[in-house]
Design a protein around this ligand. Sequence first.
Ligand SMILES: [Zn+2]
Length: 361
Amino acid sequence: MKTKFFVLLLIFVSCGPTESEIQEQIEQAVEQATSTTTTTKYVVQNPLLEEESIAPLVPFEGRYSSFECPDAPPPKEELFLVNLSSIPDENLIQCYNYALSKTIPTEIETLLIIYPVGDYVGELQNNDTPYRGAGFEPVLNENEVSTIYERVLEFYGPECNVEQQAYGIARYAEIGGGQQVQAALCPELSNKKTVIITIDPERKKIPIELQFVFFHEIFHALQIHLPYLDDCLLSDSPEDSFALVEGGANYFAWVTTATLQNIPKEQLMGEWLTFIKHIIAVGESTTEFKDPAIAEKAAIGLYLLVQRGDLDEELLLNATIFSTCNGDYFSSEMMTIARQYWYDAEVVNGKVLFSDQALSK
Ligand SMILES: [Zn+2]
């Protein structure tokens, strides 16, 4: 258990800095400063494809589950699938439809690339792509790699010149690059989103974790505006907006996974709060809305706003608040409260109970 925890932490840390890098880009943009002395270990050279950082999934460990979703009405647009995993296509399509059935209609089309990798190896030595993340033993054959390349080109069509990205994604898969990421590769076709998820042997054992990652990324695809990438802000600052985008995806993924796996959502949040408090206590993270684990921390902050009655949970879960640049759902006061009090809570009988101070108006 201890070794496994350590490996999970390693993956956690190795994925972490790239979102920090985005955070850094935001800070740089805000301050209008050009920093050449970055201490960030990993550099995202393609800003359109950001590596995700999702905390180690210890709370999901040991829970038997399967990657299944109930039948849902078919989506308006077809899901483009490159499924090289052992999960049946049908399950992925059903879970995608399920996510669509829970959110407001959009024009989004999604290319979902899902591929297996072997055992965790750490940093990839032969990585000649712009992508950075945890490295694993490569397991794809030549055909599978070409399929990824061709399907990316096919999905975006001749209107977009995504050849370089298609090559990078396929090559990164070929060498065992691990990722969980959502990206709009073609700015001219912003309704076309690409989601890439890798399945390593550890993740394969825990379908509930995979389901969580799946819904987190699919929700990102359905967030029409990614405010930290353009002028569309969800609150006063790009940092707040970034935290809200990540927290929103996590909130949706927690609630949806909990529903599908018959776990009370409060219990799942309680387990996560306990876990995040633990990693803060051992110095692996801080209470700030920053990586590591920004998505989890911000999601608990959102839960606090829901508990306070400041935020309508339905508008969060059905992605309404991410569908406009003029929503005005989050005042700076609300964000201050979320930042200051998200961890001012105890887990009692499996539920997150915020302090009186956190809840006081
Ligand atoms: Zn995310």
